[in-house]
Design a binder for this molecule. Sequence first.
Ligand code: SF4
Length: 335
Amino acid sequence: MVTASAASTDTTTKPAGERKIVVAKELGYCWGVRRALDIIEDAASPESRVAPIGDIIHNPQVVERLRNRGVEGAQSVDEAKDRGFVRVAITAHGMGPHLAEQANANHMELIDTTCPLVIKVQRLAQKLVRQGYFIVMYGDSYHPEVKGVLAWANTTKSCAAKHIEDLPWNAPRGSHWEGAIVPPRKVALVSQTTKNIAELMEFSNELQRMVMPEGGEFRLCNTICEPTTERQNALKELTSSAHVILAIGGKKSSNTARLADVGNQMGVPSYHIERPEDIHMEWLTAVGDGNVGITAGASTPDDVIQQVVDYLVARGYSAPEGGIRPVDPEYVPSF
Ligand code: SF4
């Protein structure tokens, strides 16, 4: 589905003929999405249905499984009401305060599964507003998490941006040329929790150069969450032990495509697949007895990952030691 670079790969020391599956330490659902799905699935039943508002998860298999359990997404509280729901839910990415108000006004029960790490960013944005900062949120302006954080900030002195050109200014403070629009004196930068730290820092450096002249004050708040950082590190580790990488996720999953891109950039041929049938055996034979690395996008359920592992095991690969995900029920990411 996705092209791979024709990078050469090193051989690792192992018995001749042994073909291993190596699994990224962090893959598939993040802690916050897993937590949110557990809460919603526990609360719902076919007799007492729940409508999460917005896109709960993109994976078609999960959408079907949830529907059988009484969980069906709706685009708005009004739509949920029209479809006979009396219970609505906020997904892990969070939403603005308007959702609770709408649910309340319609006498609907609200189940809030916003990830605590997203709530932290919402509260931080409110605090920065009280301290007089203009807030720039590094992220995708259409993403529910970004919209939600800016809605909680509740100010016109905020914007979402992914490139410097997205900002409402075009010149550093102190510029006096005609048409120059300069930043205010105090600017704070927060990030969507799933962004890449290197790209955030690049953006931050550019923004800082615009804000700091003439007594400007710039504040960077690194709000990329710990599970995201661990996922990015896990992929780097995987590229050191795998000769070819399969990134598992729905066809439309951009974060899965990104995992395959990063694998390719790091010199390991990497392919975006949705299910075992998408695997081309020549991808694997091209690396001989090389290890197959497995990673998965943030909305890929464990059973789909397991199907890919089973498919490879049936073709002579040894199963990953410890399964696809060592479970630590006590794990809570640092806030
Ligand atoms: S903040 Fe991190 S852990 Fe929480 S939902 Fe977002 S990506 Fe997942």
